[in-house]
Design a protein around this ligand. Structure first.
Ligand SMILES: [Zn+2]
Ligand SMILES: [Zn+2]
Length: 169
């Protein structure tokens, strides 16, 4: 495979084209094209591919053009390399590109937004309840269930405990 063919594969994949079509276009076998895409992480589809394409674009223009306004950057030979032409552009970019994760709180089971994808609780209160009040919560919730009262939510630990009993029968 020539460098030109590799380049064309990347371009066509980014346009969402399938292996078969790319292979026919470049007179390569489908397996060769698929193998190349797999090795280079461009074998995904739809949203994944678009996101990857977006990241590639960002990588290519980082340090050359301002990420926010696309004006050409002048890098000084010393010091940290710039990604933005100005403080304002930096702030705007970071505001719009902050990665957030939508997660479900393992205690109150409400959805919340977090900057990290390994957070488990929506708040410190939920963390504390979950960690130190298992007996109280368990007694309260099971008490309500026995009296056929509605419960607001069942923490994940209690749900798992109840389900583990089901498995045993
Ligand atoms: Zn700028
Ligand atoms: Zn919560």
């Amino acid at each position: 495979m020539t460098e030109e063919q590799k380049y064309q594969i990347r371009v066509m994949r980014n346009q969402g084209q399938g292996y078969k079509k790319i292979a026919a276009n470049l007179c390569l076998s489908r397996d060769v094209v698929r193998g190349y895409c797999k090795r280079n992480g461009i074998n995904g589809f739809g949203a994944d591919l678009a996101e990857q394409h977006n990241l590639n674009l960002i990588n290519e223009k980082t340090y050359v053009y301002c990420l926010q306004c696309d004006s050409k950057l002048v890098q000084s030979k010393r010091g940290k390399k710039k990604k933005y032409c100005s403080i304002d552009c930096k702030r705007d970019w970071e505001k719009n590109n902050r990665k957030v994760y939508k997660l479900w709180c393992q205690y109150c089971r409400k959805q919340y937004i977090s900057q990290s994808n390994n957070s488990k609780f929506c708040s410190n209160d939920c963390y504390v309840r979950n960690r130190f009040f298992k007996e109280e919560d368990g007694a309260e919730i099971l008490g309500k269930i026995l009296k056929r009262k509605s419960v607001e939510f069942i923490p994940k630990w209690l749900e798992e405990l109840l389900l583990s009993y089901l498995k045993d029968y």
